[in-house]
Design a protein around this ligand. Structure first.
Ligand SMILES: NC(=O)c1ccc[n+]([C@@H]2O[C@H](COP(=O)([O-])OP(=O)(O)OC[C@H]3O[C@@H](n4cnc5c(N)ncnc54)[C@H](OP(=O)(O)O)[C@@H]3O)[C@@H](O)[C@H]2O)c1
Length: 274
């Protein structure tokens, strides 16, 4: 029986993946910052519920050790935990900047580091890093979130080469919009008292993102979980998996224009102005 360790399994994509892999007969280490509120995953067979905060190295190591002790190995790591930071870059506080990179970049790196000795020893394994369409296409006022996802993509691509001789596959899943807590509870906002220079532009972008027509095209968490399942089981060397029709369309559209056209079109599209 195969084993997957998932970070951020409390809600959204991570939770959908935990349920999907469990239903498919896998051992699932469903990790989350606070497992005390969980009332479903802890009732299912072959599920280990364990605390894991990706910003806390000791908790990463403890969760990996507990998974090894319970299931005897880890075949797939799903680095899913993450959150968004929205607003003008010049408003970011040092704490916000650090927490965004610690969670979205350093956390996945240290989790990979924790499982790799065992994957190398067994000569197989799949590491799936949940990036975003925002790991290849940018929107204004998401600069630091994009920075983390571009970083995760670069790290993953290099690591895929580095680990190929060891039989470990590294994969990147890039969801478009997904109906999760991401745009609510999981969104941190950068605001600076007295900074009003971006207000008109912020109104423009918020109108685009709040448009019900746009949100209607978002995927459900289970749709992304199915793409993750494919990435975990297809045995291929495929590196990037776009997840969601909107992600496919955005990637194609971005690939068809120059950097300069992307900037100019985005200013227009999001109604950016002073
Ligand atoms: N929703 C979208 O539109 C979308 C699009 C593209 C990519 N993504 C990516 O998909 C991933 C999952 O997000 P989601 O959409 O499923 O949102 P979500 O429902 O808000 O889930 C985010 C998960 O990350 C966890 N998390 C946050 N900080 C953590 C930390 N320090 N340690 C451990 N877990 C932590 C949260 O745990 P708590 O319950 O403890 O807060 C939660 O389980 C993220 O990496 C996100 O960037 C989402």
């Amino acid at each position: 029986m195969k084993t997957i360790l998932i970070t951020g399994a409390s809600t959204g994509i991570g939770r959908a993946a935990a349920l999907l892999f469990q239903e498919a007969g896998w051992n699932v280490a469903a990790t989350m910052r606070d497992p005390s509120h969980e009332s479903v995953l802890n009732t299912l067979p072959n599920v280990l519920l364990h605390a894991l905060d990706v910003t806390d190295l000791a908790s990463i190591q403890a969760a990996v050790a507990a998974t090894m002790a319970r299931f005897g190995g880890i075949d797939v790591l799903l680095n899913n935990a993450g959150y968004g930071l929205f607003g003008p870059l010049e408003a970011v506080t040092p704490d916000q900047l650090e927490r965004q990179y610690r969670t979205n970049v350093f956390g996945p790196v240290q989790t990979m580091q924790a499982v790799l000795p065992q994957m190398r020893a067994q000569g197989s394994g799949v590491i799936i890093n949940v990036s975003s369409i925002g790991g290849r296409v940018t929107f204004p006022f998401n600069s630091l979130y994009h920075g983390t996802k571009f970083a995760l993509e670069g790290i993953s691509e290099s690591l895929a080469i580095e680990l190929a001789p060891h039989g470990v596959h590294v994969k990147i899943v890039e969801p478009g919009g997904v109906k999760t807590d991401f745009a609510g509870r999981s969104l941190d906002v950068m605001q600076l008292p007295g900074l009003s220079a971006y207000d008109a532009s912020l109104q423009g972008i918020m109108a685009v993102f709040a448009d019900p027509a746009r949100r209607a095209g978002y995927s459900e968490s289970i749709d992304i979980a199915r793409v993750i399942f494919t990435a975990a089981t297809d045995g291929s060397h495929t590196l990037r998996y776009l997840a969601g029709q909107d992600a496919v369309a955005m990637a194609a559209s971005r690939a068809g224009v120059t950097d300069e056209a992307h900037v100019a079109q985005s200013v227009e599209r999001f109604g950016l102005r002073i």
